[in-house]
Structures are given as structure tokens and as C-alpha cells.
Design a protein around this ligand. Structure first.
Ligand code: PLP
Length: 234
């Protein structure tokens, strides 16, 4: 068994354990494998082990990888999620090549993605990124900007608003990890109470997967625990 398939199994076990502790059904939690900095062969190894959804942060790297996977294994049906910061001059290839975008934080970017989503594809699935660490992070919409942004995105014809995404500041302790995740969940519940048909709470990475599931995550984004340590030198 390859180490990737072994690691995937270990992550599925972790998800199942965390779900059981939270009295949740593990089936309600989608595993997004974050393949940034890893090559097409790594994606194919994960796909052969049953993994379908892949997350990428860097546009050009992702596009090259998608092409390479298609050449090597045209039979694989994968789902691609863009989870990195979005520059407004890069929205078109994102709208054309991805199934999901988790990192929408401004109406202007959302509008471009909607305008540029090709007619032959289904609407682009969108999560709004929330900044729950305030000054410490520049990414994400402030919590009080999220409802107006959700209203705008929900009205865009070529986007499908699915939920919220957050990247909390790293914390070691379980309870410290839970606090910001709980605030994201509360925001998510408020939006649902206001009538938004959301089904996706995208939070939880290799280090805080268990806390995120305790706080209601429905999609966890896992890189290191599946593919190993990233090396950025290129
Ligand atoms: C890299 C990344 C991940 C995966 O992080 P790991 O700690 O390697 O699991 C998840 N979400 C986002 C937005 C990322 O950039």
C-alpha cells in the first residue's frame, strides 16, 4: 500500500473518531485533500485510493497539474477546489477550471467569477472566507460583512453559495482551537436562520481537524496528514 493511501486511511479513521465523539455521522463530513506543492502522481495515487476532491492554492501550479493528470489518467473524474487567495486578474481561469472556490471574500471577485463561469458548466460552488482572527490575518471578510456578501453572492446567477470557510490562527490545545471555529459555526447558523440554503462549513486542517469536526465542520481540508510535509523551494 502506498504511503498516500495509508495516510488517507488514517485521516478517514481520525474523521470517524472525531465524528463519533461529536455524535455526528462521519458520512456528513467530506474530505478535501489539499495537494498544493505535490505533483500529478501524488494526486493520482490518492485518486486510486478513492479520493475524489482536491484543493489547490496556486493557480498556475493547479492548472498544470490538472493537465498532467488528464494526460496520464483521462478516466479519473476529479473535483477541483480553489482555496487560495484570489487576484482579480486571475478569476477567469478559476471560473473555467474549478468546481468549487472556498476563498471568496469580496463582492467584486464573486461578480467576476459569476460573469466568467462558462455557460456549459454548472454554477460554480462558492464558500465565503471569514476572517475570524481579526488583525492577525488579512484574508477573509470581517464577520459583520459576511451577511451582505452572502446576499450579493446568492443573487449571482452562475454561482451557487454553499457556505463558509475559515482558517483560524494555529493553536496547539483542543479548547483553544475550538473557540474561533465555534464563532464560524455560529455565523453559519445565523445565515441559515436568515434563509440562506447553506450546507458547507469548510474548516479543519491537519492540526485542528478533530476540533473542527467537534464544531460542526462538513468539509475538512487536509494536506500534510495525507501527502506529507510541503517543500516550497522550487
Ligand atoms: C494548505 C492549506 C490547507 C492544508 O493544510 P495542512 O495543515 O497541510 O493540512 C488547508 N486549507 C488551506 C486554505 C490551505 O492553504
Amino acid at each position: 500500500m502506498s504511503s498516500i493511501s495509508h495516510n488517507l486511511q488514517a485521516v478517514h479513521d481520525r474523521i470517524a473518531t472525531a465524528a463519533r465523539l461529536a455524535l455526528r455521522d462521519p458520512q456528513d463530513i467530506v474530505l478535501l485533500s489539499v495537494s498544493k506543492t505535490f505533483d500529478a502522481e501524488a494526486v493520482i495515487a490518492a485518486a486510486q485510493a478513492g479520493q475524489r476532491a482536491f484543493g489547490e492554492n496556486y493557480l498556475q501550479e493547479a492548472l498544470d497539474k490538472m493537465d498532467a493528470v488528464k494526460v496520464l489518467r483521462p478516466d479519473l473524474l476529479l473535483e477541483w477546489h480553489f482555496i487560495g487567495p484570489i487576484q482579480s486578474n486571475k478569476t477567469r481561469p478559476i471560473a473555467e477550471h474549478f468546481d468549487w472556490v472556498h476563498s471568496v471574500e469580496r463582492e467584486k471577485i464573486a461578480q467576476r467569477l459569476s460573469d466568467q463561469r462558462p455557460a456549459h458548466l454548472p454554477p460554480l460552488n462558492v464558500c465565503l472566507q471569514v476572517n475570524i482572527s481579526g488583525e492577525a490575518s488579512k484574508s477573509g471578510a470581517a464577520p459583520d460583512e459576511v451577511a451582505p456578501l452572502a446576499r450579493a453572492v446568492a443573487a449571482m446567477p452562475r454561482l451557487k453559495l454553499r457556505g463558509l470557510m475559515a482558517i483560524p490562527e494555529p493553536e496547539q490545545e483542543f479548547e483553544k482551537q475550538r473557540a474561533p471555529l465555534r464563532r464560524v459555526r455560529q455565523l453559519y447558523e445565523q445565515l441559515r436562520e436568515q434563509g440562506f440554503a447553506l450546507d458547507t462549513l469548510s474548516m479543519g486542517m491537519s492540526a485542528d481537524l478533530d476540533a473542527a469536526i467537534a464544531e460542526g465542520a462538513t468539509m475538512v481540508r487536509i494536506g500534510t496528514a495525507i501527502f506529507g510535509q510541503r517543500h516550497y523551494a522550487k
